[in-house]
Design a protein around this ligand. Sequence first.
Ligand code: HEM
Length: 201
Amino acid sequence: MAEADKSSPGAADAAAALTLSEYLVAFVLEIVRSPVNIGLVAVIVLLVYKIFFSSHKNQEAAAPIKQLPKLRRDFTVEELRPYNGTGPDGRILVAVNGNVYDVTKGARFYGPGGPYGAFGGRDASRGLATFSVVPGKDEYDDLSDLQTEEMNSVKEWEEQFKERYDLVGKLLKPGEPHTNYSDEEEEEGSQQDNEPKSKTE
Ligand code: HEM
């Protein structure tokens, strides 16, 4: 009878369940013992809450995303600042790796109260590089102190922005002139390549 128990699938399941519950207890204890881990868990819970809460709020409002006219121009850091979703048209622009993207359709992420609202109207490069959701510097940030790994991370993020959002123009360095994009306006619906430097250099 005892032998039959050992080899029965029920006994094997019970043993597996015990191991799993032991593992879970050890996992929870491991987290609870370290203040750093508790902090990380709190950050994760907060971000998950903000992501889901803001998406529910948007669904309740059910307002269709406004189709704003396509923007094509360069921005200084100061010019970019008002485009954080609080303006009359709600447009949101975010700079990544020297380029400005129109992320208005991602308002639930980058709009006021969104989990990445700190990036709205700002250069998000440093935050993305260092995995921190805080507003970037107030002045132009040349990112020159970032490690290679961090810059690679910024470039990977930029690939995602390129795929999802429209490129608007360049984030200008201090003193750098605005590019004149008026010639491009004729080419309706054409996809711009990410070569914003061609006309000014
Ligand atoms: C550890 C906590 C985090 C969690 C649980 C989390 C979760 C998520 C989730 C679920 C999405 C996808 C949402 C969707 O497509 O519906 C997302 C997107 C994103 N996350 Fe996070 N995230 C965390 C931390 C961060 C941090 C620290 C940053 C910034 C450095 C960041 C930047 C982004 C960006 C830029 C997007 C893309 C939003 C878009 O589609 O434009 N996340 N995150």
